[in-house]
Design a protein around this ligand. Structure first.
Ligand code: P6P
Length: 340
């Protein structure tokens, strides 16, 4: 009889990996898991709960907010506020950072950056959506945490992960000691270890990019897309294109099967679309921990300087060999390198 290991049991078991963590990180991950179960309940009955559709508001991105965007944001911020371990929340749905200053959070040490419901345009059409989270320890030790505590490089992350609300609901995370996946068992309401030691294949044959913007991509990206599409007898069969409109879903598939997800700079997103702090950095940390690679086409995502909480970045992330090939082709056309 295969024994069940819940997320809570796993976190406590791995607590020893972090000598300084006297249980705070464990409690923080527990708080995120609780909020994820609440969000999952609403996502799974969105069509019934009159929670579909637009909220009639826009977020800092200028993107129309879905009612479930706002609900998910409220659930995660509420769980982090009452959990007592988090001092600042940076959310895609909030222009300003949320400073937590209540009686249970007086010595809170952690900053959480979150995209509460990534890919929310998919909710109304029942396609997978996700939550992305990133955890830092505050750098300052005196007084209230400040924005400076938020503006840390991706290499400083303590933990990162995502929840995918798909054919099953999974929580996948890393604390810098590998990647483990947990599947929600609704019959017991627990995330149970289902994918221990996840490793991203070094090679894959699935590429994810919104080819509707092809005309606006840099030449090196166009060259890589053509490389994916044609049979090069010496190297590969034509790849398969899969793009769901949800980075979490596309990257989870790449983690399991191999593949690359790309959101380059384009004419209408000259700095890229994805957000560095709560989309690119957490996914890059997790993917690197699984043996994959993440760059902006030129530099490692995790080493990019963070200048402001909602900063954008281009991203090429997934199987190491695929990202290397994309970077090689981008370099052929980069201003530094002349077209060969
Ligand atoms: P586009 C969702 O808004 C998201 O941030 C990613 O999850 C997704 O891959 C991408 O944007 C979709 O953007 O411009 O292709 O619709």
């Amino acid at each position: 009889m295969k024994s069940i290991k819940t997320l809570g049991q796993f976190i406590i078991e791995k607590q020893a990996d972090h000598p300084y963590a006297k249980g705070e990180l464990s409690r923080l991950l527990r708080d995120i898991g609780i909020a994820a179960k609440i969000v999952n309940r609403e996502v799974n009955k969105a069509g019934l709960a009159n929670i579909l559709g637009d909220a009639g508001s826009v977020n800092i991105q200028g993107e129309g907010q879905k009612m479930l965007d706002i609900y998910a944001n409220e659930q995660f911020i509420s769980a982090l506020t009452s959990g007592g371990e988090c001092c600042i929340v940076v959310s895609e749905e909030n222009e300003d950072c949320v400073y937590i200053d209540n009686e249970v959070s007086q010595d809170a040490k952690y900053i959480v950056a979150i995209d509460p419901l990534d890919g929310s345009s998919n909710i109304d059409v029942n396609v997978s959506v996700g939550t992305i989270f990133s955890i830092y320890r505050r750098k300052s030790t005196e007084g209230r945490a400040t924005l400076e505590d938020v503006l840390q490089r991706g290499t400083d992350q303590i933990a990162a992960g995502y929840i995918i609300y798909g054919s099953s609901t999974m929580l996948v995370y890393t604390t810098g000691k590998g990647v483990n996946g947990f599947t929600l068992d609704p019959s017991i309401g627990e995330f149970c270890l289902s994918h221990p030691h996840m490793q991203m294949p070094k090679e894959g044959n699935i590429y994810s990019i919104n080819e509707g913007y092809y005309a606006h991509f840099p030449d090196g990206v166009k060259k890589y897309i053509k490389y994916c599409q044609v049979e090069d007898a010496k190297t590969h069969r034509p790849y398969t294109s899969r793009y769901t409109g949800s980075m979490v879903a596309d990257l989870h598939r790449s983690l399991v099967k191999g593949g690359i997800y790309m959101y380059p700079m384009t004419a209408h997103a000259p700095l890229g679309k994805l957000r560095l702090v709560y989309e690119c950095n957490p996914m890059a940390f997790l993917v690197e921990q699984a043996g994959g690679k993440a760059s902006n086409g030129y530099e490692r995502i995790l080493e990019l300087e963070v200048k402001e909480p909602h900063q954008r970045s281009a991203i090429f992330i997934g199987s190491e060999n695929m990202v290397n090939k994309a970077e090689e082709m981008i370099a052929c056309f980069s201003p530094q390198g002349t077209k060969r």
